[in-house]
Design a protein around this ligand. Structure first.
Ligand code: SF4
Length: 95
């Protein structure tokens, strides 16, 4: 299984050993920015995500997780992005 740098989560979209995500080997701290540096760090992390061959499945996986449990940047989305998407989906489902 491909490892995602030092990130501890091992989502299913990383099961293909022939596909190397753009963040493999990158310092995981970049994908888990602190509040103080979140905007700049998120942009830097997103540069990896934009060039990543598994961006779409990564994003889909992240959106299947509870937004309350999953931190960090996944598939080019921050936790705040995912919370917003979940809220929009819930609002749409309530109509
Ligand atoms: S989309 Fe981003 S977080 Fe997901 S595997 Fe690729 S580089 Fe890593």
């Amino acid at each position: 299984m491909t490892r995602l740098g030092t990130r501890s989560a091992a989502p299913d979209f990383l099961d293909d050993p022939d596909v190397v995500p753009a963040c493999a080997g990158v310092d995981s701290a970049l994908f888990f920015p602190t509040r103080e540096d979140s905007a700049a760090a998120a942009e830097t992390a997103n540069r990896y995500c934009r060039a990543c061959p598994v961006r779409t499945p990564c994003r889909q996986w992240a959106l299947r997780q509870s937004p309350n449990d999953l931190y960090g940047i996944w598939g080019g989305t921050t936790r705040e992005d995912r919370l917003r998407i979940h809220r929009r989906r819930r609002a749409g489902a309530d109509r």
